[in-house]
Every structure is written in structure tokens, then in C-alpha cells.
Write a protein that binds this ligand. Sequence first.
Ligand SMILES: [Zn+2]
Length: 423
Amino acid sequence: MFGFGQTPGRMLHAAAIVSITLIAQPSCRRTTTAPQHPVVAYKPDPLRDVRVLIVSDAPRVRLRADAGLHIVCDEDESAHELPGDDWYVVEPSKNSALRVVGQEWSGIECTVSADAESPISLSVFRKGDWALPDQYPGSIRITVDARRLDLINLVDAERYVAGVVAREIWPTFDTEAYRAQAIVARSFVLYEMMDRNHARYDVASTQGAQVYRGLRFDETGRRAAQAADYTRGVVVTAEQSGEERLVCTYYSAACGGMSQSAAIFGEANDIEPLRGGVGCDHCKIAPGKSYRWGPVRMKLSQVRSRLKARFSTMRSLRRIDSIDVTDRTPSGRPVRVRVTDTSGQSWELLAERFRLAIGGSTMRSTDCSIGVKGDHLVLKRGRGFGHGLGLCQWGMEGLARSGQPAGAIVRYYFPGANLTRVY
Ligand SMILES: [Zn+2]
């Protein structure tokens, strides 16, 4: 009835749901490892705003809105109304409090909001200049810490989902791919919201989580908003211990032939939807070096300096002698590698972390042959782009082009999962 395919998943009304809990998984990062978290109850009503970390460690920012800005200092609740059509600078003061439009405030935190229909334009000062502004719905919380600013956007979940789809999708993708992307983006963030209920923010706005830069007013933004609206409240769940639980919906650009297991993040208790092994040649339509790549060579001295820069435990790494794969998935994809130096010291690390340390565009996936030849790391027979766990975005587009609806696409990449409408 929602147009999600011939075999619709379980659709529930919010009122029918007592609670949805998280399936015990590590914190749902797309590109990093994290420890186990406890199971947390999901109460869909009322749904609070998503807290998105949109700027961190900025020296100063400026904001404006057509209808003016409303700024509240969180410490003493003093409020200021600033008229529209002008930029207002917020920066740390010498006393590590906030300076707003040249005036020192008593607190270290303020919240900026605008008229409901008027987005807030935000520009960050970096490298001696103001960056091009982005437009954010909702309100923005600004905090000063050690004379640097962090900004958190408090935004309605559906507007956030539309913003993520507009940045994570390729603009030319099929409408059903937009809808599938909306479902996995929503599931991902609701999982994060429940998982990080007491943390300062729910989700970062970079590739480590989901890319988000507020509203987008072009054709892609319009199609993304329609996809969010069409799939409103629908998330990916799986039954465990007699109840539906939210699934952490990882996704990456192209799996290269087969989806990977949650084991690539060092996760032992993988669940059926994240167990991997989904055959996919639908991503072979991906352009450039996404479906197949390599060979790639990198000087071992460069590999060494990148590993030392990324991992404090590897600071004593000397000249690299060998890099060996010590563990693989059943399909043969490297899970762990061991780096040994000429002094005989060795370190074992997850292949995915190794990949991101030396460069995710150089080593486009861990699904490749890894070897040392002379003074070079040599990567051959590369397959896919990204971690390959969960939904394959180019495969999603391939399936959409062949006429598959969004719901069938999502269930294809998360076997055994259901689609559940939680609000
Ligand atoms: Zn694929």
C-alpha cells in the first residue's frame, strides 16, 4: 500500500508499536570501529529533533536569515532579536565565553533560531576567508570550548533525511533509488539517536556518518525531499526475541560483487541482515574505478607515515618489512592485516582501518590482493568502493533501473529485514 514492491514488508502504525529496541550491534559508524553498546528502547512518539554536529573547531562563524535571527544565551536565558538582511558574527571572546555581534556574553552556549519557514544561512571562517554558506532548517546550538566553536543543528528527522539523501545520492539516480536511500538514511539516524541518547550530539555530518549540509534548493534537493516524504517514517527492522528491532543500515558506494559481513568492523555477533554474502553485480554500472580498480602502488615510507599519523600505538613503527593478510571473510575479503617492520615488531589491525589510514580513495576497498614488492605496497584486483557492508548504492541504482521498487531494493541488501513505519 505504500508502493514498496510486490512483497511489502511489515507496515505498522506508530500506535501499534509498544517499543522498538536496537539490535545489539556496535555503534553504527560507517567507517570506524566502536565498542558494543547496550540495547536501548526506541519510543517513536514524540520524536525529538536530530542533533547533527555540523561544524567543529571553528575560529568564528557568521549567520543570517531573511526574517531575522532569535538568539538565546543558554546560561541566563537572555534573548536577542537581530533583524534580517545582515550577517552576524559569533566568535569566542578572550575569556573563552561567546562574543555575539561584538558583545561578550556571559555563557559558553547559545541557541540561534529563525522564523519556521526561513532557513539559517551559515558560513564558517577558515583559512583566512568565509566559506560559501549552507542553509539549515531548525535551530543551531553554538558552544565555545578552548576558544573554538562547535555547532549542532537541531532539525526535524524528516528534513534531515531529505538533506542527507540530497548529498549521498548521485543526482541522476532513479526515483526508486532516491526512496531506498531515504529509508536507509532514516534507519541509520534513528539508530544513532537511540544509541546516543545521552551524548552531546547524535550524528556527525561527514562521510564517517552521513553527509549532511542542510537544505538543497535545486532539482536534486526537490527529488530528495519527495523521496523522504514518500517514505515518511519507514525504517529497516528485524525480528529478534519476538520483537521488531531497528537495524543499523550501513551503506557504501559499490560492493564490487558481494556484500560484506559486519565482521569487517571486528563485530562478532552479526545479525542476518548484516551477515553479508549478498551477490551483487548490479553495481557494475558504476563509473570510474568503483566496480574494479588497481593495480595501485604506494611507497612504503608513505604507508609508514600515514599509519604513524593515524594510530598512536604505531608511533614506534620503523621501516616496513611486510604486510600480510591474517584473516579473511568466507568470500575471501581481507578482515585483518599484520604490519611488520625491519626490527621485527608487528601490529595487527582491521583491514578497514588500515584502508582508511592510508587513504580511502587510494585503497578503494579492502577487497583486493595486498602485498609488498621492493619498497612499495602493491594492491591488485580491487573490487568495489567503500566498506561493502549493507546497501550497495550503485547496486541500488542498477536494481532501480531494472524496475525494482525501493522496498524490494532495501530488503535485497538487508536479507531477512522488514520495513516498518514507526511514525
Ligand atoms: Zn554491489
